[in-house]
Design a protein around this ligand. Structure first.
Ligand SMILES: Cc1cc2nc3c(=O)[nH]c(=O)nc-3n(C[C@H](O)[C@H](O)[C@H](O)COP(=O)(O)OP(=O)(O)OC[C@H]3O[C@@H](n4cnc5c(N)ncnc54)[C@H](O)[C@@H]3O)c2cc1C
Length: 194
């Protein structure tokens, strides 16, 4: 088989690299030893920002900001291609202490990133009756995509393209997409609500 690029590993890095190379007209072979997208890329919370961005070198900041700036368009392209909504949204990131408040505020101002000191008690639900104390820093522009929804079905029921009715607070119809896991007595796969 003729190929221009061999990519080992089908996580977010391998898949997006393959997609970019294919779009540029190259022939790509992608090998995966397990299930596509089920390692670190599945576990990731999807926060599109370093946790304390002021702790990184400027080169890292530039790379991260370039990547973050491409995400909205990439999410729309993925939805058009797959029918799965990556649920990209600017939900913000709330940083909890300890962090260097002054340095953080200075860094955000320098990099034109909105930031707002907030009372933690106003933003986090009390834990076992105890309210959070102190101040956190809200970065309202930080975005995140969501991990795709999955459904667990009795073993042998999963069939890609099959429609199932899902009852939660209301009835929804979902299309089964990809089988992710086969347990002893269950199948788990991704779905898209139609
Ligand atoms: C709990 C957790 C939370 C995280 N939260 C965030 C977050 O909020 N924001 C963020 O930006 N990042 C987060 N990350 C980090 C992020 O998930 C990873 O940086 C990213 O998913 C790495 O992608 P990857 O494609 O390099 O790796 P992976 O998704 O791990 O893909 C590598 C693939 O290579 C395959 N592979 C390995 N060796 C071979 C081989 N020899 N032959 C064939 N295939 C092979 C593996 O099976 C795997 O599928 C988090 C990570 C974890 C674990």
């Amino acid at each position: 088989m003729q190929t221009d690029f061999l990519i080992v590993g089908a996580g977010v890095i391998g898949l997006t690299s393959a997609q970019a190379l294919l779009s540029a007209g190259y022939r790509v072979t992608l090998v995966e030893r397990g299930i596509v997208g089920q390692e670190a890329s599945w576990a990731g919370g999807g926060i599109l920002s370093p946790l304390c961005p002021w702790d990184y070198r400027e080169a890292v900041t530039q790379l991260a900001q370039r990547g973050m700036g491409m995400f909205s368009e990439a999410a729309a392209m993925l939805q058009a291609a797959t029918g799965i909504d990556p649920e990209y949204q600017r939900c913000g990131m709330l940083l909890l202490p300890p962090f260097q408040q002054e340095r953080a505020a200075q860094w955000c101002a320098q990099h034109r990133l909105a930031s707002q000191p907030v009372n933690l008690a106003d933003h986090l639900p009390a834990q076992q009756g105890q309210e959070y104390q102190g101040k956190g820093l809200l970065l309202p522009e930080v975005a995140t995509p969501a991990t795709p929804a999955t459904l667990i079905l009795p073993a042998g029921w999963f069939q890609s393209g099959r429609f199932v009715e899902v009852f939660s607070d209301r009835k929804q119809v979902a299309k089964l997409l990809n089988l992710l896991e086969k347990g002893g007595d269950f199948d788990r796969g991704t779905i898209v609500v139609v």
